[in-house]
Design a protein around this ligand. Structure first.
Ligand code: NAP
Length: 307
């Protein structure tokens, strides 16, 4: 094991909305804190095209809002980049050891805010064509498809939001949804209707085909069982998320059946000194909720360790 390079009061793992808000609060509380980030600009928050429901902003992109939060956090708390956390160990002396790809840190408390990642469709061709027509982020990859035929898979907020954004970029968009009803919020459904984006209902993608790049998908109507081939240039998969909780689980933190970290209302996990905040805790995945959980976690860490 590498030697401990530095000791902290609090280490925040993950620099998304929850982690950055925790950093803003911890810095103000005077806790010696560091935020460890795997890669700058890689979290799912950066991929949100435009938000209309973050208080104080009529319209803002995930990237712009995160950059504002980052600047605010950095006033008092350092953010270390390219620091993938490999292991979190609570030792017998009550300290927590955090091992990253570069360093070993010692701390009194850790807030785990590693978020979630896009769920995979798990159909033949998906893995083969990633980066060659299979996409998970309209903000990142949409600009590659103006005037091209693309489909968005899913019926939730993300699928609707991404398809409206793709249409605004000039893509010929269709939504493919496995049921005959969307689960996206009403306001987004109304915007979708206004945008005249067609929806292929009751259908699932069975296979993604192509040569160099994606060329078509095989669809199956789950009611009629009929299959058909749809020619496309790109497929955007927006079917929900799964938690990035492996490090937390390896540390002994309790999770639910889907891998989301269980916390109490103070964001404490089952292990004293370890807290969790944001999408990794499941529940309502909204920016304001993630920020609120980050604030609560930082205040709890302070209250639990103050002499
Ligand atoms: P979501 O709300 O869980 O919706 C996932 C969608 O994908 C559902 O329509 C689901 O179908 C479909 N789906 C799931 N697995 C599938 C599969 N294997 N094959 C085909 N379709 C599948 O996920 P999300 O839209 O990514 O949103 C994730 C979270 O972020 C939610 O809590 C959401 O509210 C939040 N979010 C909020 C906003 C916003 O506030 N504007 C924007 C984006 C995301 P069924 O409907 O049949 O289950």
């Amino acid at each position: 094991m590498k030697d401990v390079v530095e000791e902290f009061d609090l280490i925040i793992v993950g620099g998304g909305p929850a982690g950055l808000t925790a950093g803003i609060y911890a810095g103000r509380q005077g806790m010696k804190t560091i935020i460890l980030e795997m890669m700058i600009g890689a979290g799912s928050g950066y991929m949100v095209p435009l938000m209309e429901n973050y208080p104080g902003f009529n319209l803002i992109s995930g990237k712009d809002l995160l950059e504002k939060m980052r600047k605010q956090a950095e006033k008092r708390v350092p953010i270390a980049n390219m620091e993938e956390v490999k292991e979190i160990i609570k030792n017998d002396l009550g300290h927590v050891i955090v091992k990253t790809s570069n360093c070993t840190y010692k701390t009194k408390s850790v807030i785990i805010s590693t978020g979630s990642r896009h769920r995979r469709l798990k159909v033949p061709g998906e893995v083969d064509f990633v980066g060659r027509g299979v996409c998970y982020c309209a903000t990142c990859d949409g600009p590659l498809y103006p005037e091209k035929d693309v489909v968005v898979i899913g019926g939730g907020n993300a699928a609707v939001q991404e398809s409206i954004y793709l249409k605004s970029l000039g893509c010929n968009v269709k939504i493919i949804h496995r049921r005959n009803k969307l689960r996206a919020e009403k306001y987004l459904q109304e915007k979708l209707e206004e945008s005249n984006i067609p929806i292929i209902w009751d259908s699932i993608v069975e296979q993604i085909n192509g040569d160099k790049n994606v060329d078509n998908v095989i669809l199956r109507n789950v009611k009629t069982e009929k299959t058909n081939k749809l020619s496309i240039d790109g497929i955007f998969i927006a079917i929900g998320e799964e938690p990035l909780s492996k490090v937390a689980q390896n540390a002994g933190v309790e999770v639910d059946d889907h891998g989301y970290v269980n916390t109490d209302k103070f964001q404490r996990t089952n292990i004293p000194g370890l807290y969790a905040a944001g999408d990794i805790t499941g529940g309502i995945k909204q920016w304001v909720v993630a920020c609120a959980e980050g604030a609560v976690a930082a205040i709890s860490a302070y209250n639990d360790t103050i002499d």
